[in-house]
Design a protein around this ligand. Structure first.
Ligand code: LLP
Length: 385
C-alpha cells in the first residue's frame, strides 16, 4: 500500500522538497489533546527540535501545545510563532549567556538545568536583571531505552543531566540562591521508544526519587518526563498516528503524582514524524555489476537519518505501478554513506519518477545541511499546493 499524495501538483514542482500533510498533523494533534486531556494535570509541549518549519509550528501552536526548546534560536522561533512564553521550557547541556538572557527577558516558564555551573550562571545573570528564574533539574535516571545507541540519553554514561546521587544537594544549593526558584524535575530517556516498558521503568524510578525527596520535605511542583514516543517507520500508512492512548495511560497508571503536581511531556517525533515525506525525483537508473541504482535528486544533505543512524524510511515510487524490481536508492552527494536504502523493492523506476521517502516529518528538514553547496530543501504544507 502506498500513501496518497497530490501527485498532479507535485509534478510541477522543483524537487527535492518536504511535503507536510496538515490533515494528518491536525488529526494527530486532536488525538494528543483528547488523550492527554483525560488527565487534567498533564501538560504537553512540542519539542521544536523535531521540525521548526514555521508553517508546521503554526498549526501546532494553534492546537494549544507548549514548546520545548534547546537553543536561543528555538526560543526566538517559538516567540515569533506565538507560543506563549509561559508554556516554553528550555533544556540543553550548554546554554550560552545570550540564550539564558533571552529566556530571562522573555520570562519563559522554566530552564531545565543540567549542571551546577549552569545553575550558578543562571543565578548570576538573573541577578543582574533583578529577576528570579524558575528552574527544573534534569536528572539522569540511568534508565536504558530499547532504541538506537545514538539516541539514548538517560544512561549514566550520557552527557545529559545531573546524577541521581547529586539531586538533593543541587536542590538545596538552589534554595540558597536568591535568583533561582526550584520548581521541578526533568527527565528524558531517549527517542523512538516503542516499548511502553521503558516508560514504565522511568515512572518507577521517578516514584523512588519522589519518595526520597519527600523524606527530606522537598516539594516538587512539576515533573517533566521528556519525549521519546516512537513512530512506525515500517507502516506509515497503516499506523499514521502513534498510540498516544497507551503512552499517556502508562504514565497515568505508573507514575504516582503528588497532590497538585503537574506532569509535563515533550513530544517531538510522535507529533510530526508521519505527516512528512521527502519528495524527490529519480535522475538516473544505473546498472551496476550486481545491482541497480536509482539515483535520486535528494541526498543525505536533505535527510541525514539513514546515513547517520542507519535509519529506515519507507520508500515509494509515486508515479510507477509497474512490477517491482530491486534497487539501491542513492543520492548525488560525494560520500559513500549517501544511501537511502539498499536492495529494496520499488515499482520499476524510470528517470523523472517521483519518489517519496516516508515518515520524514521529524528530524528531516531541520537537520538538512548545505554540504556540496546544495540549497536547503523547502517544506510545503497541504494548503500551499
Ligand atoms: N526532550 C528532550 C530533552 C530531548 O532531548 C528530546 C529529543 C525530546 C524531548 C524529543 O524527543 P522525541 O519525542 O522526538 O523522541 N535526531 C534524532 C533524534 C534526536 C532526539 C534528541 N532529543 C533522530 O533523527 O532520530
Amino acid at each position: 500500500m502506498k500513501g496518497t499524495f497530490p501527485i498532479d501538483k507535485f509534478a510541477k514542482m522543483q524537487t527535492p522538497f518536504y511535503y507536510y500533510d496538515t490533515d494528518l498533523l491536525r488529526e494527530t494533534l486532536r488525538t494528543i489533546n483528547a488523550e492527554a486531556g483525560k488527565h487534567p494535570n498533564f501538560v504537553v509541549h512540542y519539542a521544536i527540535k523535531a521540525n521548526a518549519n514555521p508553517k508546521v509550528l503554526n498549526v501546532i501552536c494553534q492546537a494549544g501545545l507548549g514548546a520545548d526548546c534547546v537553543s536561543g534560536g528555538e526560543i526566538q522561533r517559538c516567540v515569533e510563532t506565538g507560543f506563549p512564553a509561559s508554556k516554553i521550557v528550555y533544556a540543553g547541556v550548554g546554554k550560552s549567556d545570550w540564550e539564558i538572557n533571552l529566556g530571562l527577558d522573555r520570562d519563559i516558564f522554566c530552564f531545565n538545568v543540567e549542571s551546577i555551573p549552569e545553575l550558578e550562571v543562571i543565578n548570576e545573570l538573573a541577578g543582574k536583571k533583578d529577576k528570579v528564574a524558575r528552574v527544573c533539574f534534569r536528572i539522569n535516571p540511568d534508565v536504558g531505552a530499547h532504541t538506537h545507541a545514538n539516541i539514548t540519553t538517560g544512561l549514566a554514561e550520557n552527557k545529559f543531566g545531573i546524577a541521581m546521587r547529586d539531586m538533593e544537594s543541587v536542590i538545596s544549593e538552589a534554595e540558597q540562591m536568591a535568583h533561582v526558584k526550584f520548581i521541578g524535575l526533568h527527565f528524558h530517556i531517549g527517542s523512538q521508544i516503542l516499548d511502553m516498558g521503558d516508560f514504565e521503568a522511568l515512572c518507577n524510578r521517578i516514584n523512588q526519587l519522589q519518595d526520597q525527596l519527600e523524606q527530606h520535605h522537598i516539594k516538587v511542583e512539576n515533573i517533566n518526563v521528556g519525549g521519546g514516543l516512537g513512530i512506525d517507520y515500517n507502516h506509515p500508512n497503516r499506523v499514521p498516528i502513534p498510540d498516544f492512548k497507551s503512552y499517556f495511560d502508562t504514565f497515568a497508571h505508573h507514575l504516582k503524582l503528588r497532590e497538585g503536581q503537574k506532569l509535563h511531556f515533550e513530544l517531538g517525533r510522535s507529533v510530526v514524524g508521519q505527516m512528512g515525506s521527502l519528495i524527490t525525483r529519480c535522475l538516473y537508473v544505473k546498472q551496476g555489476t550486481a545491482k541497480q541504482f536509482a539515483i535520486v535528486d535528494a541526498g543525505m544533505t536533505d535527510l541525514i537519518r539513514p546515513a547517520l543512524y542507519q535509519a529506515y524510511h519507507k520508500i515509494e515510487n509515486l508515479t510507477s505501478d509497474e512490477p517491482v524490481e530491486t534497487y539501491d536508492v542513492v543520492g548525488p552527494i560525494c560520500e559513500s554513506s549517501d544511501v537511502f536504502a539498499k536492495a529494496i523493492d520499488l515499482n520499476k523506476t524510470h528517470r523523472g519518477d517521483l519518489i517519496a521517502l516516508r515518515s520524514a516529518g521529524a528530524y528531516g528538514e531541520i537537520m538538512a545541511s548545505q554540504y556540496n553547496c546544495r540549497p536547503l530543501p523547502k517544506g510545503f504544507i497541504t494548503e500551499e499546493l
